[in-house]
Design a binder for this molecule. Structure first.
Ligand SMILES: *[C@@H]1O[C@H](CO)[C@@H](O)[C@H](O)[C@H]1NC(C)=O
Ligand SMILES: *[C@@H]1O[C@H](CO)[C@@H](O)[C@H](O)[C@H]1NC(C)=O
Ligand SMILES: *[C@@H]1O[C@H](CO)[C@@H](O)[C@H](O)[C@H]1NC(C)=O
Ligand SMILES: *[C@@H]1O[C@H](CO)[C@@H](O)[C@H](O)[C@H]1NC(C)=O
Ligand SMILES: *[C@@H]1O[C@H](CO)[C@@H](O)[C@H](O)[C@H]1NC(C)=O
Ligand SMILES: *[C@@H]1O[C@H](CO)[C@@H](O)[C@H](O)[C@H]1NC(C)=O
Ligand SMILES: *[C@@H]1O[C@H](CO)[C@@H](O)[C@H](O)[C@H]1NC(C)=O
Length: 283
């Protein structure tokens, strides 16, 4: 797979500190040469920045040196399959405006404004703390797409900031310092759904959806796993209801179908954020 970092003569006009204003860039389809060709100290970049497999990338220092002054990106950003632990090279990024015209044409194929996916070692995205404006427009599927970064956790404040962006997508996210927080976040081991048999006790926040499909049957195994001794004998919809009572927030949705439930209460639910597919992906 060839890495693409698209740069053109366009860039010159948006690179504020460029010494040679008439320097003209060639469109380049190779990371090593294109990032190195990127003028130093650019504060604005137009194009599709793709950062992927380390073996196809210039050294981290080079990426950081070339991108750390970037305050505005017009186009999109894709960080996938990288070996990065953090995104410190984005620490000055304040504005990202989605575009798929000209040098940013390839953004159309990714459909997200910022994609951060499948980065096995990525631990924190705190470098995005200065990102204030994320304009995704109508054509994008997602604004900030954070998926399948198994080492990543989000601070609560980061989560709140990201939730303010249009089309934020991070199902099954993990929250940082869980045991220091005032509320209990419940998350499944893999991307799946909570239901009556796997919903733990005393969850205040669920980071996966609840899906009940079919009639609810309680089996002995569910009861055995309960920490409440009485549940061993009386595990029932009442117990399930008790578990629903503690829920205050759900990052996902509630689906109840084909069920014979007469009643299902969420007495303390105050926020539900549905990571919904907003637009059919481009063909
Ligand atoms: C980039 O910034 C550094 C330090 O601010 C400066 O020394 C260097 O000349 C600049 N490079 C360009 C191409 O403007
Ligand atoms: C960020 O990642 C780079 C490259 O992996 C590393 O050199 C640097 O120490 C990291 N910074 C922090 C604060 O973890
Ligand atoms: C922590 O939780 C308790 C009990 O739910 C609540 O009274 C208190 O205000 C919370 N503290 C913070 C800092 O949210
Ligand atoms: C509950 O969800 C788990 C995993 O999400 C699934 O394996 C299990 O079959 C579900 N149970 C029922 C009764 O739907
Ligand atoms: C609901 O359960 C039925 C029967 O087990 C199954 O065929 C169907 O695919 C399920 N639907 C969803 C949305 O899980
Ligand atoms: C009950 O606990 C056992 C052992 O911890 C686990 O393997 C099993 O999946 C649990 N069952 C349910 C329904 O949660
Ligand atoms: C409890 O669950 C059973 C099915 O297991 C259902 O028939 C009954 O209506 C439920 N009761 C309530 C109050 O939802």
């Amino acid at each position: 797979m060839c890495f693409l970092f698209i740069i053109s003569a366009f860039l010159v006009f948006f690179c504020e500190n460029c010494e040679t204003a008439d320097f003209s860039f060639a469109a380049c389809s190779c990371a090593q040469c294109s990032l190195e060709l990127l003028e130093d100290n650019c504060t604005e970049i137009i194009g599709h920045i793709i950062i992927s497999l380390e073996s196809q990338m210039p050294p981290y220092e080079m990426i950081e040196y070339k991108l750390e002054n970037m305050q505005k990106l017009t186009g999109c950003l894709t960080i996938a399959n990288s070996g990065f632990t953090n995104l410190s090279f984005l620490q000055n990024l304040e504005i990202v405006e989605y575009s798929e015209i000209g040098v940013a044409a390839s953004c159309r194929t990714y459909a997200n404004t910022i994609t951060i996916a499948k980065n096995a070692l990525l631990r924190d995205v705190s470098a995005l703390k200065n990102l204030k404006i994320l304009n995704s427009g109508e054509n994008t599927e997602y604004g900030l797409y954070l998926v399948d970064n198994p080492s990543l956790c989000l601070e609560e404040e980061e989560l709140e900031a990201f939730l303010r962006f249009d089309k934020f997508y991070a199902p099954h996210f993990r929250i940082c310092h869980e045991n220091l927080l005032n509320k209990t976040y419940c998350r499944l081991d893999s991307l799946s759904f909570f239901n009556h048999s796997n919903l733990p006790e005393n969850c205040q926040v669920l980071t996966d959806s609840i899906v009940i499909n079919g009639s609810i049957t309680f089996d002995l195994e569910d009861s055995l796993n309960s920490t409440d001794f009485l549940d061993f004998f009386f595990f029932s919809n009442a117990t399930f209801q008790e578990r629903l009572n503690s829920i205050q927030e759900i990052f996902g949705n509630i689906v109840v179908m084909n069920s014979d439930l007469e009643k299902l209460d969420f007495p303390n639910l105050r926020r539900i954020y549905n990571f919904q597919l907003l637009r059919a992906p481009p063909k």
